[in-house]
Design a protein around this ligand. Structure first.
Ligand SMILES: Cc1cc2nc3c(=O)[nH]c(=O)nc-3n(C[C@H](O)[C@H](O)[C@H](O)COP(=O)(O)OP(=O)(O)OC[C@H]3O[C@@H](n4cnc5c(N)ncnc54)[C@H](O)[C@@H]3O)c2cc1C
Length: 648
């Protein structure tokens, strides 16, 4: 057995320090950071005239490090990566990486090849079928180092199409411009609907492929609940999915469910149905030149096609070639609370309270601790208390703040134009504490006149986008660290009915709220024993729980760990994260900004990932406008092309 030493050992050390599930970027950075040369791996280079050689350097539970050697003309068989991510550095020669399409007859067809030259590092998620070959027609071997995490096991191999077997797609070839929308929540469904509607009106030929990893479109994380007690936190009159038809949701509910008022707070479940129907109805009534294809699968990788457009690789289904991609991946499904890995018994920890039937395991005699006290926690409490609940529920959150309630009659927003323009300094910037001071002053004035603080908070709503834009990074950071929790509970309020139900549970002592943090957790025969540190008193409080529920709320899918699509695009430089890690950088018309600062014309983003540009990128009014902009840009880009072809 060869000894691992020098820079190869340094790479092993770096890989050992990565956690149990390193991200694609971490893996690629570890390889780039060491920057091996051929001399470093010489002892592991093996050749065999019959086949390329794989030499294992280190095999751990979490990863495998290999050196691979291809003689001129040798190649691997097309294969997938079966759940492993991979980083590769070429140390000698050029690797041609072929990307394949799995055809209906079971053969794979080569789509395109990308050259990876000596010294370069590439990394990929597990999506798609690929093969590597040494194109050299001279004598030079191709040598590369590969890290797979977890080790590559049980992968599938595919048969490349023999020259004698004609593929069906080669017989009929007519290219329809194809746009893939990744994510079928509100943002993705309405982006697809907008593209379809506009293409239909402009008589533009187009295919929209909407890919969603959950079992339904239209719902996403927010509107998939089956519990009718979970209400929208915005009145029905402000929840239309279409910017130009403000009463569309209210009209839909009146047709489908019965009479309602625009001021009513309706079940979130209805809203999911409404979004789904808006999309499907738009597709049904579109012209025959517009096609919608919905695929229920997870997108694992979006890779640039060397000629133009993208290849979108899925977990199970065949990869899709796209002229453009819309990322609408929204929130990451909750797992452990942000920044805290749950250390207690996992079978007693409900990491994702939005998962269907997640809370049905909790019995009426089971004491519960809920991490978080925002809207998600309130939803969980209402679900747990449908039937009389005899054991206590403890909510614990850092500030112990609860969302405020809406009023029974809507308040009139205060006109804050003068206040907002007075806040801008000579450079057009706004200081976070000045803004908060001005808002507090307005609230005091409103109270003196017998008004309500809600009218001031709602009066700020039309100004949040320009104010956010005017805040320098340091001020944004200050706002996020010090003011955000207080702003959120006033801005995102609960329906009055929900607030009243919750208050009666608090008054009855069925629910208690602790401001503080989780200090420790121990497993006992009958459940969990938690120690909470109350703040600011620092007093220790003990709580027995049969279940702990993570209700720390939605977090954007903005990191490589949170979504495989993000990983591959970040590594390849097609996306650029923002400095404050709120999401990614985008242009005002929803295009991605690449790592080198250029606009990516055929990669669009809708939703919470756009928070760095538009603070309110989680609210329906902003999301429906973003979907409309994307629809307009995509269809406009095709109108010129297709009409020009028609004239010729
Ligand atoms: C509990 C809750 C209640 C809310 N209530 C309101 C309200 O009353 N009013 C309001 O204006 N806003 C509300 N919001 C804000 C809400 O976030 C937005 O209204 C909107 O639903 C966001 O939709 P989205 O499509 O951007 O994101 P999401 O809802 O997160 O949807 C993203 C979708 O993309 C899919 N996806 C992600 N990655 C992949 C992948 N790699 N491959 C395939 N599919 C993928 C996910 O499965 C998901 O379905 C609420 C949010 C929550 C969490």
């Amino acid at each position: 057995m060869q000894k691992v030493s020098g820079r190869l050992l340094e790479l092993v050390d770096r890989l050992d320090t990565l956690g149990s599930g390193p991200s694609l970027v971490e893996l690629a950075n570890a390889v780039k950071g060491v920057n091996l040369t051929l001399a470093d791996v010489q002892d592991f280079v093996r050749t065999n005239p019959r086949s390329y050689q794989r030499t294992s350097v280190v095999l751990r539970d979490r990863y495998e490090l290999l050196v691979m050697t291809w003689l001129p003309g040798q190649s691997s068989v097309p294969h997938d990566h079966a759940g492993s991510i991979c980083a590769v550095q070429v140390l000698q020669g050029t690797a041609m990486e072929g990307c394949y399409h799995v055809a209906a007859d079971g053969y794979v067809d080569l789509q395109y090849e990308t050259a990876v030259h000596s010294g370069e590092v590439t990394a990929g998620q597990d999506g798609g079928v690929h093969a590597v070959r040494n194109p050299s027609d001279a004598t030079q071997s191709l040598v590369s180092v590969h890290v797979y995490s977890p080790p590559l096991k049980n992968f599938r191999q595919f048969a490349a199409r023999p020259a004698s077997v004609e593929p069906e797609s080669r017989l009929v070839h007519k290219h329809t411009p194809t746009f893939v929308v990744v994510g079928g929540g509100f943002s993705g469904s309405m982006a697809a609907a907008q593209i379809i509607q506009r293409a239909s009106q402009a008589e533009v030929r187009i295919k929209v492929v909407l890919i969603e990893r959950r079992g339904a479109v239209g719902e996403g994380l927010a509107y998939g609940t089956q519990d009718p007690a979970h209400l929208l936190n915005v009145a029905a009159g402000r929840m239309s999915a279409w910017p130009e038809r403000p009463d569309d949701f209210v009209q839909w509910v009146r047709r489908r469910k019965g009479d309602v008022l625009p001021t009513d707070f309706l079940p979130r479940q209805w809203y999911g149905e409404y979004v789904r129907e808006s999309l499907l109805q738009t597709a049904r009534t579109a012209g025959p030149w517009v096609e919608l294809d919905v695929i229920f699968d997870e997108v694992r990788r979006v890779a640039r096609h060397p000629t133009s457009g993208w290849m979108v690789h899925l977990t199970r289904e065949t990869s899709v070639r796209a002229d453009g991609v819309v990322l609408a991946i929204g929130h990451r499904p909750p797992s452990d609370p942000p920044g805290l890995r749950w250390a207690g018994l996992r079978t007693r920890f409900i990491a994702d309270p939005w998962r269907p039937f997640a809370l049905t395991v909790v019995g009426p005699e089971d004491p519960v601790v809920i991490l978080g006290s925002g809207l998600t926690a309130i939803d969980a409490v209402l679900s747990l208390c449908h039937k009389p609940k005899r054991a206590p529920i403890t909510l614990v959150s850092r500030h112990g703040l609860l969302p405020q309630a809406h009023t029974s009659t809507p308040v009139k927003p205060t006109d804050l134009k003068a206040m907002v323009s007075g806040l801008l300094d000579s450079a057009g910037s706004v200081a976070a504490h000045e803004l908060m001071r001005a808002v507090r002053q307005k609230i005091r004035e409103a109270a003196q006149d017998g008004g309500d603080w809600r009218s001031v908070v709602d009066g700020l709503r039309p100004h949040t986008a320009p104010l956010w834009e005017a805040m320098p990074t340091a001020e944004r950071r200050l706002f996020l660290a010090r003011m955000r929790p207080f702003w959120e509970v006033h801005r995102h309020r609960m329906a009055l009915k929900v607030a009243e139900q919750f208050q009666s549970l608090l008054d009855a002592g069925d629910v208690r709220l602790v401001a503080g943090r989780l200090e420790s957790v121990q497993t006992q025969d009958d459940g969990l024993w938690l120690v909470l540190r109350e703040l600011p008193s620092r007093r220790l409080i003990e709580a027995h729980a049969a279940w702990v529920i993570n209700c720390t709320g939605p977090v954007p899918s903005n990191s490589v760990e949170s979504n495989p699509v993000i990983g591959s695009l970040l590594v390849d430089g097609w996306l650029r994260p923002d400095e404050l890690e709120l999401g990614i950088e985008t242009t005002p018309d929803c295009r991605a900004i690449a790592a080198d600062g250029s606009d990516v014309a055929d990669l669009f983003v809708v939703g919470t990932l756009r928070k760095p540009a538009i603070w309110e990128s989680t609210a329906v009014p902003e999301l429906r406008s973003q979907a409309a902009v994307v629809g307009e840009r995509i269809v406009d880009s095709l109108v010129g092309q297709q009409h020009a072809v028609a004239v010729i």
